[in-house]
Design a protein around this ligand. Structure first.
Ligand SMILES: *Cc1c(COP(=O)(O)O)cnc(C)c1O
Length: 223
């Protein structure tokens, strides 16, 4: 399928989910996840109107970034980031969605030349295979991040489990939304935490209904 056709369908679904939950389409940012696809396919996505791209690995990120420099794309790093690799991406990425350790925060703070917008990744479903801060530790963690002047916590991010059970998925998204509220109530300047990065190909409509502001879609868009 052409990316444009996929995008049309996704936009339609976003619109329906927004209507259902009384939200504005303008408040949803669609991040096209291009980790599975070529530069050609990525270019097709940009031509179709995607202006936020997400990559989860350093190599994929750098390859795409280098080839697409002339485009006006906002780059989201959505995968696990090793501290020692931070210096290789920090001047290119616009947003990091996977801040999950103080050691990583320290390295970002050290290498950055401007404030970096970060999402704190939360392991809401507590799966062993997943990265992220445990939900109970989010407030403490974000409190500690105040020591790092170049990190701005713009939101929380999670990956829901691969399950069909819609009610269980909803609970995961609701939990992240309620954690966001707790962070906001702290009123830290360094953590406005206005955003929720949640929802992928299989669950983005539910995520929107539960408050997602950033959805990350790969398979159904470019796959
Ligand atoms: C791969 C990936 C996605 C996109 O997943 P799809 O199911 O292909 O839409 C979203 N977020 C993260 C962190 C990913 O690694």
């Amino acid at each position: 399928m052409e990316v444009a056709a996929n995008l049309e369908e996704i936009n339609h679904k976003i619109e329906r989910a927004c209507i259902k939950s009384n939200r504005l389409v303008e408040d949803i940012t669609l991040i096209g996840v291009t980790k599975y696809v070529t530069i050609e396919r990525t270019k097709e996505a940009i031509q179709a109107g995607i202006c936020n791209l997400g990559e989860n690995r350093l190599e994929g990120f750098q390859e795409k970034y280098d080839s697409l420099q002339e485009t006006d794309v906002k780059w989201h790093f959505i995968g696990t980031l090793q501290s020692r690799k931070v210096k290789e991406v920090i001047h290119q990425v616009d947003v990091i969605h996977s801040l999950d350790r103080l050691s990583l925060a320290k390295e970002i703070n050290k290498r950055a030349e401007k404030t970096i917008d970060c999402f704190v990744q939360v392991n809401v479903s507590k799966e062993e295979s997943k990265h992220g801060i445990m939900p109970e530790e989010v407030l403490t963690f974000i409190g500690k991040l105040r020591d790092f002047s170049r990190i701005r916590v713009v939101g929380l991010m999670t990956m829901a489990p691969h399950i069909e059970d819609k009610e269980a998925l909803r609970q995961v998204f609701k939990r992240l939304a309620s954690l966001r509220k707790e962070v906001q109530e702290k009123g830290y300047d360094s953590a406005p935490c206005a955003y929720l990065s949640m929802g992928m190909s299989n669950d983005f409509e539910l995520a929107i209904e539960e408050g997602a502001t950033h959805i990350r879609i790969g398979t159904k868009l470019v796959g």
